[in-house]
Design a protein around this ligand. Structure first.
Ligand SMILES: NC(=O)c1ccc[n+]([C@@H]2O[C@H](COP(=O)([O-])OP(=O)(O)OC[C@H]3O[C@@H](n4cnc5c(N)ncnc54)[C@H](OP(=O)(O)O)[C@@H]3O)[C@@H](O)[C@H]2O)c1
Length: 324
């Protein structure tokens, strides 16, 4: 089976490589990875040329224009990468009976909901980045709505951390440099491991023999269980690093909560980003009833683990590799 991964140099793209590498020897998989150097996603001709040359059975779009604040002044580029490119991928998928996995964001919501967002809640993005990701979702849905071929999943996720720059690593760097930090405490959401996200995506799309399987096309919220605030996450990771034996100047008590309005940024963020992953959990359960694969056995999918357990594991891995 031919798999094409766009966005190889991002956090999620690297996570897919980490998940696929051990499978390559035993499964009949060929995985091609494209980054910006191989394919500029803002150029229609390049996207089409690469799709036609690679002839994938499975397209994984781990790329995106993710510079949330910069997008406010780079709207055309954000829309080219986040709407036009995935639309082309979706069209290729429907024309060739291909499976398409795409990723979206909590920023498609305005954050005014009291509880956890579910897939059918109305999109109402606040920022240009959020608008581009919401329009990307709509474009994919529309392409597939007019075809009976191919299938797609859009995984909406939030607060992603993996191999790359992210909030957790920024907090750990600052906690080494400074004795006191200030972190927003009135925005809540769910931290999500890029590695876990890549793994559960494949669990939906592939069977135990790494063959494509049928699933119900649509949007799936893909975040761990529970929720926290940026301040809660910062305090948790600092404590986790101290527990792992890392020396830090700032201790959890020295992380001061501030309001989002005290830290204005060009792009507004939703106050509530928390999403509910029940739909995905149920889809994985029905899939795993038919076939259990080695990933299921190792990582206890379809039980969606809680965010704190995975963050703890991430921080202790960073500590053991000397990356804090
Ligand atoms: N990070 C988060 O907190 C978060 C939260 C919610 C949803 N998501 C979604 O999750 C998915 C994965 O995010 P991530 O954290 O892995 O993002 P990331 O680390 O920023 O990676 C995005 C990748 O897309 C590539 N890219 C951007 N513009 C491109 C272009 N014109 N041509 C080719 N490649 C281009 C970037 O290339 P370069 O490396 O060359 O810049 C980068 O490698 C995205 O769909 C994102 O919207 C992320």
């Amino acid at each position: 089976m031919n798999i094409l991964v766009f966005g190889k140099d991002g956090q999620l793209g690297r996570a897919f490589k980490a998940v696929f590498d051990p499978l390559l020897t035993s499964a009949n998989l060929q995985v091609a990875y494209f980054g910006r150097a191989e394919c500029d996603l803002s150029t229609k001709e390049e996207v089409l040329a690469q799709l036609n040359a690679a002839k994938p059975d499975l397209i994984i779009n781990a790329s995106a224009y993710t510079a949330v604040d910069k997008a406010e002044t780079e709207m055309d580029l954000a829309f080219a990468v986040n709407v036009k490119a995935p639309e082309l991928m979706a069209r290729y998928a429907t024309e060739n009976g291909v499976t398409f996995l795409h990723y979206s964001t909590d920023y498609v919501f305005d954050g005014s909901k009291e509880g956890f967002y579910i897939e059918s809640d109305a999109r109402n993005p606040l920022s240009v980045y959020g608008k581009s990701k919401a329009a990307g979702e709509e474009a994919i849905e529309q392409v597939f709505a007019t075809s009976s071929q191919g299938q797609f999943a859009i995984f909406r996720t939030s607060w992603v951390y993996g191999d790359g720059g992210n909030f957790i690593r920024t907090i750990l760097r600052l906690a080494k440099e400074r004795e006191e930090l200030t972190v927003i405490h009135d925005q809540r959401g769910v931290p999500t491991s890029a590695l876990w996200l890549a793994q559960i995506s494949l669990d939906l799309a592939l069977d135990a023999g790494c063959r494509l399987k049928q699933f119900s096309s649509g949007i799936y919220h893909a975040v761990p269980a529970g929720e926290t605030t940026w301040h809660g996450l910062a305090s948790f990771v600092v404590q986790a690093a101290l527990d792992a034996g890392v020396e830090l100047k700032a201790k959890p008590a020295a992380i001061k909560p501030i309001l989002a309005m005290e830290y204005p940024r060009p792009a507004p963020r939703p106050m509530n980003s928390s999403m509910d992953s029940t739909k995905l959990r149920l889809a994985l359960q029905s899939g795993s009833a038919k076939a259990s694969n080695s990933y299921n056995e190792l990582h206890n999918v379809p039980n969606v683990p809680s965010w704190d357990r995975m963050v703890q594991e991430y921080v202790s891995t960073l500590a053991s590799k000397g990356l804090i």
